[in-house]
Design a protein around this ligand. Structure first.
Ligand code: NOJ
Length: 455
């Protein structure tokens, strides 16, 4: 099987005017930095052909994108056939360009009607989600080889009900656990639905195994001070809670999702116990997370009621536009951790917000090297998706952070690939035009040559 050299996006961040989801409503209420709203986003709805052509020109052979539930089912039970047609066109374009699609069914945004009933914390949420998944499977399913049911489920739990960076942004630890449980149930029902309903396959990837998984955010948690007992304990708890619980839950084990005295333990989900409910693990990795007991000051983010803070960089080190430092070895560590689950791995996201393109080549180089090393050491990593194909709407941070391989000028929506995109293209080309997985010596050779030519 070919290694997948790809890039990722999500519906709400690029399409524009997704007016029927919970984020849109939250944006109108002024919750985004600078009180901006996603508005036309990158106008991708009108420019998808150009965007996919540019992806192809970068030499990519895979593309991860998401379907916007609120477009497909703007009101409960009402299907928007034009919206479904548009996604069919996107898939057709991928087929034409030989970009293998990995499709995410839920990437942070929910239809407003679904969020009004409690989102995934509602008792019957799994049924509602399954209805939507079934529709997608019926209309588009025979053309999709790789599926992510949900994107970053644990971030959603934390962002919505602990740390306040996703709607409804309310501090409600019991809801945090309920959401984890709801997302797990929804994931399992989507997993089963896709496997049972996709009866035949067509198109260029009909022989590719049908694989259903998710994209799971993982952080390399470290104590701010290695000698500090509370910080060591926090690190242990955070690794369990944040990195491990979802992996356990989707591989048949009882998840340890909960924090004593803070977040109640999740009750078991019988339909997930004792069986595998994922065909691969998708890792979204960006940085380390430094845990500090009784943190104060700018470097650490904390929340009311939290006895600790989380930092994403060391003092004085260069940081991205998100304020995150560079910690490539953490990606290697996450891959080694996931390897224990004996499942295929995709790096479903990895990237840097860097409008000036000053660090991106280095960032990709050092992270891809980690992937190459782990593959050499026996990890079954089957693909790498850079986040993101193009600049986009970065949630609470608005449009400022620029993650794109391709720069977007928001005054006229013109697109220009950044120099680092050329670097990525050269790496892909050097690996048998994207056929082979990353190898350290090849990455290095291309990088050295590129730097020499730059001087
Ligand atoms: C992960 C999320 O899936 C994506 O939507 C977001 O833009 C990136 N992280 C960067 O923060």
């Amino acid at each position: 099987m070919k290694f997948l050299w790809g890039a990722a996006t999500s519906s709400h961040q690029i399409e524009g005017y997704n007016t029927k989801n919970d984020w849109w409503a939250w944006e109108q209420a002024g919750h985004i930095e600078g009180s901006v709203t996603s508005g036309p986003a990158t106008d991708h709805r009108n420019r998808y052909q150009e965007d996919l052509r540019l992806a192809k020109e970068l030499g990519l052979n895979a593309y991860r994108f998401s379907i916007e539930w609120s477009r497909v089912e703007p009101e409960e039970g009402c299907w928007d056939l034009d919206a479904l047609d548009w996604y069919a066109e996107v898939l057709a374009e991928c087929e034409k360009l030989k970009l293998l699609p990995m499709v995410t069914l839920h990437h942070f945004t929910s239809p407003q009607w679904f969020s009004a009933m409690g989102d995934f914390t509602a008792e019957n949420a799994g049924i509602k989600f399954k209805n939507y998944v079934k529709k997608i499977v019926q209309v588009l399913g025979d053309r999709i080889p790789l599926w992510c049911t949900v994107n970053e489920p644990v971030i959603m739990c934390v962002g919505k009900y602990l740390a306040g960076f996703q709607p409804p942004a309310i501090y409600q630890p019991e809801k945090c656990s309920q959401l984890f449980r709801g997302l797990l149930k929804a994931h399992v029902s989507a997993y089963d639905c896709i496997h049972s309903e996709v009866s035949h396959r067509r198109g260029p990837w009909r022989h590719h195994p049908l694989m259903v998984g998710y994209a799971h955010n993982m952080m390399d948690f470290v104590p701010a001070r290695h000698w500090h007992p509370m910080e060591r304990l926090l690190t242990f708890v955070a690794r369990n809670f944040y990195n491990q619980s979802w992996l356990d839950a989707t591989t048949g084990k009882r998840p340890q999702f909960g924090i004593a005295g803070m977040v109640p333990q999740v009750p078991e989900v019988p339909e997930a116990l004792g069986r595998l409910t994922t065909d691969f693990v998708g890792i979204n990795y960006y940085s380390k997370a430094i845990l500090r007991w009784r943190a104060r000051g700018e470097q650490f983010e904390t929340a009311p009621g939290f006895m600790f803070g989380v930092g994403f960089s060391d003092p004085g080190e260069p940081i991205s536009e998100m304020g995150w430092g560079f910690h490539p070895s953490g990606l290697g560590r996450m891959i080694r951790f996931v390897k224990n689950y004996r499942l295929p791995i995709f790096i479903t996201e990895n990237g840097i917000a860097d409008g000036a393109d000053a660090f991106r080549e280095d960032y990709m180089f050092t992270h891809l090297k980690e992937v190459a090393r782990e593959i050499k050491a026996g990890a079954d990593v089957r693909g790498y998706f850079y986040w993101s194909l193009l600049d986009n709407f970065e949630w609470v941070k608005g449009f400022k952070p620029r993650f794109g391989l391709i720069a977007v000028d928001y005054s006229n929506f013109s697109r220009v690939p950044r120099p680092s995109a050329e670097m990525y293209r050269a790496w892909i080309e050097a690996h048998q035009a994207g056929y082979a997985p990353p190898e350290e010596a090849i990455l290095q050779g291309v990088f050295d040559k590129y730097l020499k030519n730059k001087k």
